[in-house]
Design a protein around this ligand. Sequence first.
Ligand SMILES: C[S@@+](CC[C@H](N)C(=O)[O-])C[C@H]1O[C@@H](n2cnc3c(N)ncnc32)[C@H](O)[C@@H]1O
Length: 403
Amino acid sequence: MPSRPIKRAKLTEPRIPKESAQNGADKHATFTKWAQDRGVETNGVGPARLPGRGLGLVTSHAITKGERMLFVPEKAMFKPNAKFLKAHALERISPHAQLAISLMAVANSDEAPLASWQVTWPNAEDFHQTLPFRWTKVQRNRLPPSVQQPLERQEEDYRKDWNAISNCCTEHDWLESDFLYSWMIVNSRSFHWKPPRGRPGSMVMCPFIDYMNHGPSGTTCNVFQGPQGYEVLADRDYEAGEEVLATYGSHSNDKLLVHYGFVCDSSADTPNIDDDIRLDHVLLPKLSDNIRSQLQDVGFLGAYALLPATNELCFKTQVAVRAVLLTCNEWEYYMSNGEDLSSDYTAAVKEFMRPLLQEYHANAMGHIKWLHSKRPDGHLEAAAGLLMTRWKQIAEALEAYLE
Ligand SMILES: C[S@@+](CC[C@H](N)C(=O)[O-])C[C@H]1O[C@@H](n2cnc3c(N)ncnc32)[C@H](O)[C@@H]1O
């Protein structure tokens, strides 16, 4: 293969100083030292490889509830390069693009000051496998309908960002694939930082905390922004060897899949209060224009869902179906009070939804069968594995409700 000029060096292959050009545990030890030299405090936690989730943070000794596990001072954060952005008239591009292009600039500089950190990040191929944004058309056509909209939005955001910085990349002879990689790194590992004393906020990268994997609300450590930096406190007592999680937000698995390329457990045995099974594509076509317009007026049009953790339809769905079944008076009473005026319509709502959910269940089973037929031995590659997991969650939630 012809060698490429240094300026075009890919972010996937950062120029790495000799002392950090190591494999496995060594590169993490080098990075840990690099982070500590910049003021990052670690207490009893370190990186480890975990099946099915890349790297994560694991306790090396017992930790008591409330103890500080990590601290990342502001000075250790990587921030958008204001000087670079100003020089290229890029101050008004999105915060995401500002951070991504600043990351590219630093990675392509002669010093490559983040190299020890970069080698701990996933490579472009990891993103291609797990992010629907990078999947083939065939794989994307197998996604649940509820995932299509956020996926289109993400693509639109990326396209806007690329259009905004493409001239700058041409000027520096940087490739779009490098920007895309940088954009995906920011997408999956950045934080919002609002400095004290009213200084403007931005998206930033925080060394070490970015090892932390996600857990649903109520199952994770407390990660919060203090005046000096980001802090992680133990939410409970930990034994040595336990994974320490953060929550990226109370996101459904659809959102986690589109945005981060994974899904959390979500079943009756492992209830995940953040997950929902979106039903817009089954319910909206059954609502007349008149009903839709009434729902729009009261802010209840769309975002209908089945909640697997409680095995119930969400309140919005209850309202929408009651808009079809009840008189105007009864419907308004239900909306205001959360209960029916006279007889309880919960069973009638369920009967209304039953054929729609049965059809969606048949659809889910069709996808599961197709995925299984591709690899009857069960060894699915990453994208197919994620699709299989999500369709199984959808099918199980629908079955539980229909029972
Ligand atoms: C901030 S990074 C966490 C560190 C990452 N696991 C790594 O190997 O570098 C976020 C990425 O970790 C993975 N991840 C986070 N939480 C996960 C989870 N609960 N299950 C599986 N993968 C997870 C996803 O690929 C996500 O985009």
